[in-house]
Design a protein around this ligand. Sequence first.
Ligand code: GAR
Length: 421
Amino acid sequence: MIDIAVFVSGNGSNLQALIDAQNYGSLKHARIVHVISSNKNAYALERADMANIRADVVDYKKLGQAAAEAKILKLLKTSNPKLIVLAGFMKILSKDFIEKCNAKIINIHPSLIPKYCGKGYYGLKVHEAVLDNHEEYTGATVHYVNEIPDGGQIIMQKQMKIWEQDNTPAKLQKRVLELVEHKILPKAVELVCSQICANAFPKAVNYPGRGIITGCTPSGRKMFAYFIMGRSQTSKARIFERSGNELAIKLTKQDPKFDSSLILYRPVRIFGENVIVTNGDQTDTIYDFLSEGKTFEEALRTRTYEPDAPHYTPRISAIMTPSGYKQSILKMAGKYFYEYEYKPGVGHLIHTYERFYPSRDELQSFIGEPREFAVSEDLDLFSESLWKELNENYRVALYVRYYEQDFVNYQDRLFNINEVN
Ligand code: GAR
């Protein structure tokens, strides 16, 4: 479930369409947690009140744009939405705001973008221009918001024929709202939220620890990702380093008192057409067993969880071959193995911990089966959003590799919090 904030300025009939969709169950992945109005007299505020949704007014007239945006950022810190929906919000958000804001932002615009959009085209003015130009069709568009007004990537668009009766801007606006906007906005919000859900950790997971994703992109390119997070100074001092077509972990500073055997290992090794990814020295066990003609499972049955009392961190492992991939977790509760065929756009995520209880310094092991995780075709988009998913207080390093169709050549991305010399 994704928490969303809706920004409004006037009547708020698009906000109402979202509230209705929520009440009738068609918003399955979204929950409206906050309404922000740029205008204290907006009827949208009454709609929020009737639906019991928290609403705040940020008076642009009184504050001016910079102070108003600063106030919005402050308010958003308290509701923490992952998506902002501009639904009849008659202000242009600055580049600075868009960068500072932690949420994705989408907007509904009452025309068929790229027609009748950009600065000066808002509200009734759009419909006026459409009628002046004797257009046969009009419609509305939901799109991502970037620094160019109405210029971001289009998510959904629908057109409608203009009738003779639509002969004033107000009449045309009413029909575009009812026939198009109120239909596509809830659909677009649901689509975007289901996508956000598909590549996010469940909300209850506050510290995933170390994690592996294996799977393939929508076009069938095989991929894997491996990340590490840490709480202690030494664990946080690690960096990932490419080592040929494998991956190594190094320490930026050594603490002689600290046993680093559990945090320094080779997370990625390649044996022929097998890619091995793990969170410990079981990578080598699997590699050695494969060299002797034995299997992933046989190798891991000789191993257990880590001896790091009181946590007893699970050992997580994965192997990818041209025909499928396997994952495993060795934890106190037992040794588990999972096997998958490649499915376009789907990966599986397994990680070491479910939760961290700071006041008790207690870590709860991963629960259940590997979780489906959406894999996009775009390597940058995928790796940057995965990096952002990892809590910035604990994330240490992330490596993502997308193979070409040949399963030999690849592109990769590497993120380290520590500087690499
Ligand atoms: C809607 O038509 C929306 O698309 C438009 O304002 C109207 C608000 O209606 N937005 C813009 O023009 C933004 N550039 P509502 O308050 O009833 O939702």
